[in-house]
Write a protein that binds this ligand. Structure first.
Ligand SMILES: NC(=O)c1ccc[n+]([C@@H]2O[C@H](COP(=O)([O-])OP(=O)(O)OC[C@H]3O[C@@H](n4cnc5c(N)ncnc54)[C@H](OP(=O)(O)O)[C@@H]3O)[C@@H](O)[C@H]2O)c1
Length: 328
């Protein structure tokens, strides 16, 4: 099968389209014929091996040589052990040919024609969504759901890094539950953020959001500020969570942030997002029902995964970048 492979950390030029053996599903696994896959910031981080936590799977060389964690496709084979997920009358949950989608991080392997994954990572694809739309959702929807769950109706929420995959869903979810949203991203994305429903927008290249506020909730998807800056921007009793960002900020949040929180009664921490169908299916259902929009910026073919990652990583994308592995 064709797959986009890398052997060393570095820039998108490290990625090569190659023929590699088709994986065989093991116990409890299914083989998915990938139709579409989407790019996440974690692919960019995994490619570069930066921030430091992106090297947890391999300090000097990547252990997983095929990136890509959001997939949508069709079941091509069911591993022997997969029958232990039997439901109802004893039939396996998925049969060959079923359309599915899911987030397969931390396994990766989505930038390929086939990938073998535990059946439990997948959900049936809603018929109303295209494979490209379904592939754009799992990781971003899980992050958006967990982040917005921290906001009460009427709360003032600031979302930093709001113009990407998770942010574009989080704004819609937050606005729908009566949260006031301030969205931060680069100038080219501000109209997009307003169109999604953000009440206020801030260009991070010109303005410092921690000088605004106060906010009841700060969700930082690309955290790199000091704990003091976050504390300054929080309202009394407010909460700031880092979802992604630098390793340095992660350590600060878990150490000085926790201590500062005790002193100021403002809560700083890290949001660890539980992945899996229960986290992304409700958002997919809302998209299928037309209550929310999946924003796909561009679709690239499999042989242009390096270009797709560069387009996303260099900050051009509004919403999600999708890779079409085969025709829908
Ligand atoms: N905590 C968990 O359990 C967990 C699980 C999975 C993923 N993650 C993390 O969650 C985050 C998800 O983000 P995503 O998928 O929505 O990423 P994304 O699609 O890449 O969006 C990130 C957005 O942030 C913007 N940005 C970059 N630098 C910025 C800065 N300094 N200030 C403000 N905005 C900035 C980017 O725009 P420009 O670059 O154009 O400026 C982009 O629009 C990632 O950091 C990922 O690593 C966390």
């Amino acid at each position: 099968m064709r797959a986009v492979v890398y052997e060393r950390y570095g820039s998108p030029e490290r990625l090569e389209l190659r023929d590699v053996p088709r994986p065989v599903p093991g116990a409890g696994e299914v083989l998915v014929e990938v139709v579409a896959t989407s790019v996440n910031l974690s692919d960019w981080e995994g490619l570069h091996g930066s921030p430091a936590y992106a090297r947890l799977g391999g300090l000097f060389r990547p252990r997983r040589r095929i990136l890509g964690s959001d997939i949508a496709g069709r079941i091509a084979a069911v591993g022997d052990g997969a029958t232990r997920f039997a439901v109802g009358d004893g039939a396996t949950r998925f049969a060959v040919g079923d359309a599915v989608f899911g987030d397969i991080m931390p396994r990766y392997g989505g930038f390929a024609e086939f990938v073998a994954v535990p059946e439990s990572m997948l959900a049936p694809k809603p018929a109303e969504l295209s494979f490209a739309e379904a592939a754009a959702l799992p990781q971003a929807a899980a992050i958006a759901t967990h982040a917005v769950a921290l906001a009460k109706p009427g709360a003032r929420m600031l979302l930093n890094g709001a113009g990407g995959g998770s942010g574009s869903l989080a704004i819609q979810l937050a606005v729908q539950q009566g949260v006031q949203v301030t969205a931060v991203d680069n100038a080219g994305k501000l109209d997009f953020l307003r169109a999604l429903g953000a009440d206020e927008v801030i260009d991070y290249r010109r303005d410092d959001f921690t000088r605004h506020g106060p906010y009841d909730l700060i969700v930082d998807l690309v955290a790199r500020r000091s704990v003091f800056a976050y504390t300054r921007a929080l309202a009394k009793g407010g909460r700031c969570v880092m979802v992604g960002g630098t390793a340095r900020t992660l350590i600060r949040m878990l150490t000085a942030g926790a201590l500062l929180g005790v002193l100021t009664r403002k809560h700083l921490g890290v949001l660890f997002v539980r992945q899996g169908p229960s986290a992304f299916v409700p958002v997919a259902e809302r998209c299928a029902a037309g209550e929310m929009q999946v924003h796909i910026d561009r679709v690239f073919p499999l042989d242009q995964v390096p270009e797709a990652l560069a387009w996303h990583g260099e900050g051009h994308a509004l919403g999600k970048v999708v890779v079409a592995v085969r025709g829908e």
